[in-house]
Design a protein around this ligand. Structure first.
Ligand code: SAM
Length: 256
């Protein structure tokens, strides 16, 4: 079990606190897969699928999806959503991207928000190599995102906080983000959850590090892991330039 409350004791609140425009991103993802000549019923591996929002949205578009995550609690949320939405052809499994043997073969891999959680350079490279391994050769496509160091480092305010009304009570969530002093290209993130219900107040505070990537470094790591035709954008919009946002989205094809 991970010690980060967002991935464990507060996994139930993950979708509430991490709000995302999933629909427009799914549009970008499916059009990238079409452009790289993948069939409309392609088999997708959602590496580090979390609560499965993207796996389920892709399943609803007719794709077959296998989602994997190392957090049992987030996977539980994913499985509940799968039952609730009755989405066919989507399956979730527990696993660690650093250690899993690659006996799965898929047409495409989606890996969102995962490579920032892995702080050791060799481990990040190992994950990229595993992702290349499970892709079928020639048209196998990877779509992944990370945080861009080049743009993040010039931001003066990265911290944010918000309060939400949930079925369990009022939830306060904050991310206090600063630049790590001892690790290069790394952010210190102090995450706080405070849940106030009529019966009690539950507080969880946790500090962790998040690795951010330089665009050139990401291209180089992907090429070393066996990818070609790498394109970078600043988000899930084709026109979004890498310099303009704090994010980097890479689309790449596995080499023969
Ligand atoms: C920021 S969340 C993103 C979740 C999901 N991809 C999404 O876009 O909603 C990162 C996810 O990566 C998972 N993760 C981190 N390291 C992992 C590893 N070594 N193996 C499997 N999953 C991992 C975490 O448990 C978490 O669910």
């Amino acid at each position: 079990m991970t010690s980060r409350p967002a991935y464990s004791s507060f996994a139930w609140a993950y979708d509430t606190t991490i709000e995302e425009a999933t629909e427009s991103r799914i549009h970008f993802i499916t059009s990238m897969l079409r452009r790289r000549k993948l069939p409309s019923n392609a088999y997708i591996f959602d590496a580090g699928c979390g609560t499965g929002s993207y796996s389920i949205a892709l399943g609803q578009k007719g794709l077959t999806v296998l989602g994997m995550d190392s957090s049992t609690e987030l996977l539980e949320q994913a499985k509940q959503k799968l039952i609730f939405t009755r989405t066919p052809h989507v399956r979730f499994i527990h696993g660690n991207l650093l250690t899993e043997p690659s006996d799965i073969k898929v047409d495409a891999v989606l890996c969102r928000g995962v490579l920032g959680d892995i702080l050791v350079k060799e481990d990040r490279q190992k994950v990229l190599e595993h992702l290349a391994d499970i892709l079928r050769a020639s048209q196998g496509t990877l779509i992944m995102d990370v945080r861009n160091w080049e743009t993040t480092r010039s931001c003066t305010e990265l911290s944010w906080q918000r309060t939400y009304q949930t079925t369990r009570g009022e939830l306060f969530f904050a991310q206090d983000i600063s630049f790590a002093t001892h690790l290069p290209q790394t952010l210190d993130v102090k995450e706080t959850h405070k849940l106030k219900s009529s019966a009690e107040e539950q507080i969880a505070s946790h500090t962790f590090q998040l690795y951010t990537w330089r665009p050139y470094e990401l291209c180089q790591a992907l090429a070393e892991a066996g990818f070609k035709d790498i394109t970078l954008t600043g988000g899930y919009e084709e026109q979004s330039l890498p310099k303009t946002t704090q994010w980097l989205v890479a689309v790449a094809t596995k080499r023969e």
